[in-house]
Design a protein around this ligand. Structure first.
Ligand SMILES: Nc1ncnc2c1ncn2[C@@H]1O[C@H](COP(=O)(O)OP(=O)(O)OP(=O)(O)O)[C@@H](O)[C@H]1O
Ligand SMILES: [Mg+2]
Length: 215
């Protein structure tokens, strides 16, 4: 059983993209996975709906949940599914705060251009506050939508900034900006299922997947 939260206060960093890719890959392993969409924009729900309208299997279950009652509902759902993946919208919200109270792992995608003390400081505060009540919570920042022009300096910059924050670690996997993610999302797929596929996207999403699920 795992409860994974993809969250953060910045919009458009790839939260939903990562959430649905993880969910589809978990489902492909035969796991009973549920995506909990807490974003009023409902992008994850649209993705799941699009997937349902295709012949792709397995299907990925997705429900929408809003408001502060999330922890209670998540505890209940945790009895019925093997994995829960919560997609929180790109702002500080009751959903993000309450999801931090129930998640075991939170991944905060950040675009390299957005590495700033303010963003990370706010997230570090939210995580620190949540950890008072949720001792199981661990938090990682994941570099997302990075340039495909491989640059070690982005990673190094992120690492040096993160050194200032007590409760945030940097995920090893780096997700780069690739058309495959957009194409796959449009068709209700993970990048792994896209045909023709993008081997580099596949490689990095698998690396992230393995990190998240400790495999
Ligand atoms: N690694 C990537 N490569 C290319 N495009 C990406 C990548 N990640 C996300 N995108 C695209 O960027 C846009 C925003 O992505 P996404 O919806 O996943 O972000 P988000 O953090 O969930 O946004 P919001 O804060 O609005 O919920 C989408 O059009 C998506 O297809
Ligand atoms: Mg989103």
């Amino acid at each position: 059983m795992s409860i994974i939260l993809i969250g953060g206060e910045k919009g458009g960093t790839g939260k939903t993209t990562l959430a649905v890719n993880l969910a589809a890959m978990r489902a492909l392993q035969g796991r009973d996975v549920l995506v909990i969409d807490t974003d009023i924009q409902a992008s994850a729900s649209y993705w799941a709906q699009t997937r349902d309208e295709t012949t792709v299997t397995p299907r990925v279950a997705c429900i929408q949940k809003f408001g502060k009652g999330l922890p209670t509902e998540v505890r209940d759902l945790a009895r019925r599914y093997q994995d829960l993946i919560i997609d929180a919208g790109g702002r500080d919200s009751p959903e993000l705060r309450s999801a931090l109270l129930i998640a075991e792992r939170v991944y905060i995608p950040i675009q390299p251009s957005q590495f700033d003390i303010w963003t990370l400081g706010r997230m570090d505060d939210l995580v620190t506050n949540a950890q008072v009540f949720n001792l199981n919570l661990h938090a990682w920042v994941v570099i997302s939508r990075a340039s495909t022009n491989p640059s070690v300096s982005e990673v190094a910059e992120a690492q040096s900034l993160l050194a200032d924050f007590a409760h945030l670690r940097l995920a090893h996997a780096v997700i780069r900006d690739r058309i495959a993610y957009r194409k796959a999302a449009r068709d209700g797929l993970s990048v792994e299922e896209l045909k023709p596929g993008d081997p580099k996207a596949g490689e990095e999403i698998r690396a992230f997947f393995q990190e998240v699920f400790n495999e």
